[in-house]
Write a protein that binds this ligand. Structure first.
Ligand code: GLU
Length: 417
């Protein structure tokens, strides 16, 4: 269900709009707009029945001025080079906005992972890792989970990298690993927790009491389901959720812990007892205080933006709002907590995991959670200050802050040679 807008065009349009409000040297702008390195790999995987199938994957490193490039790996049929480029660029701004010592990257394979057996998925993950092993590294480019990948896939990527490098042990090569292999406590749920923290701060700013507010969530993968859990724990009523198979609605609030168990058993939110079916479009435009798109790009468009009734949109997904829709939402006074801020909890705890991996000292969950909350609230407040000071949208406020930081670092470094 990727939208019609090319995500890379949208990412460039957002960048161009942001720099039009800044006073940057044109050569700095040209540099920041460019992608440093992109690798396309086409590789064979043996299926369980002996057939050999070819797959295409990517790793794109947008910018590494602030540190090693960082970003997830997506397994989804709609993965393209342009989508991966957009996601890599968004990672650069996200890391910079969060003051993390990382640049931005993204990877992906065009595949429907649910259609593979566990053994096929393992062979595909390991072969993809081998193909990109030339460009990744614990000090150069560090993968993590994204749509369609999970801690198990990270374990395979880490082990493949380590085997190819002589069988050593380099936990900092990936983040989002299983905890027994050096993963961080709190990483699995970090993105959803961060979405909740920023949605909570946005409600505070808008004078909405979270304990009497309502929220609708599009998507029930890792980000959507964990966001639902933390919004529910905050006391906010989750009145609608959806996944690729359909949506459900109950205006009195859905019992999220029970729904998470139900999804574990059935694989979908559809037909959860005590709810009515609802379409994707109905969910996006329903009456609620907070709308959380937590699926894919291009969901909030010029077509549906005029009908959105939420007062706050908290972007759990990357790139869910097209640039045309953004303008409409801004004109309508709907507060958008932009993706590079809202969903930055994942990469923030990835940073904590990377630090723990280097030190071989592991933190308790409470420490992870309290550092995450501090980081999310502080970046939310910095963005809100910029928004109030400049009159720009929250997205442009976040972009101008983030781009300004990367630009400053670039100018300090200068150009090699
Ligand atoms: N895939 C996540 C994102 O889009 C996390 C990236 C990471 O932890 O490196 O932010």
């Amino acid at each position: 269900m990727a939208g019609k807008t090319n995500p890379y065009k949208a990412a460039l349009a957002q960048f161009d709009a942001a720099v039009s409000h800044m006073n940057l040297d044109p050569s700095t702008v040209a540099y920041l707009r460019s992608i440093r390195r992109e690798v396309t790999v086409t590789f064979p995987v043996e299926m369980d029945d002996g057939e050999i199938r070819m797959f295409t994957g990517y790793r794109v490193q947008h910018n590494s001025v602030l540190g090693p490039t960082k970003g997830g790996v997506r397994f989804h049929p709609d993965v393209t080079l342009d989508e991966t480029r957009a996601l890599a660029m968004w990672m650069t701004w996200k890391s910079a906005l969060m003051n993390l010592p990382f640049g931005g990257a993204k990877g992906g394979v065009s595949v429907a992972p649910q259609s593979l057996s566990t053994n096929e998925l393992r062979r595909l993950s390991r072969r993809y890792a081998a193909e990109i092993s030339l460009v990744i590294g614990p000090e150069s480019d560090i993968p993590a989970p994204d749509v369609g990948t999970n801690p198990q896939v990270m374990a395979w990527i880490m082990d493949t990298y380590n085997q190819l490098k002589g069988g050593g042990h380099t936990p900092a090569i990936v983040t989002g690993k299983p905890i027994p292999l050096g993963g961080s406590k709190g990483r699995f749920e970090a993105t959803g927790m961060g979405v909740m923290f920023t949605a909570r701060e946005a409600m505070k700013f808008k004078g909405i009491d979270p304990s009497s507010a309502t929220v609708a969530i599009q998507g029930f993968g890792n980000v959507g389901s964990m966001t639902a859990r933390f919004m529910h724990e905050l006391g906010t009523k989750v009145i609608a959720v959806s996944d690729v198979y359909g949506g459900i609605h109950n205006s009195d609030g859905i019992d999220i812990p029970k729904l998470i168990d139900y999804v574990k058993q059935t694989g979908s939110v559809v037909d959860f007892p005590g709810t009515e079916p609802i379409s994707n479009e109905e969910l996006l435009t329903m009456k609620c205080d907070v709308l959380i798109p937590a699926a894919l790009e291009g969901q909030i468009t010029a077509e549906n933006a005029p009908r959105i009734q939420a007062r706050i949109i908290a972007e759990g997904a990357n790139g869910p709002t097209t640039p045309e829709a953004d303008q409409i939402l801004h004109d309508r006074g709907i507060l958008v907590v932009p993706d590079i801020l809202c969903n930055a909890g994942g990469v923030t705890v990835s940073y904590f995991e990377w630090v723990q991996g280097w030190q071989h000292i592991f933190w308790e969950r409470e420490e992870v959670v309290s550092r995450l909350e501090k980081a999310m609230v502080s970046s939310f407040n910095a963005t809100l200050e910029q928004y109030k000071r400049t009159g720009l949208s929250m997205r442009m406020a976040a972009y101008t802050l983030a781009i300004g930081r990367v630009a400053e670092a670039f100018e300090l470094l200068g150009v090699f040679p």
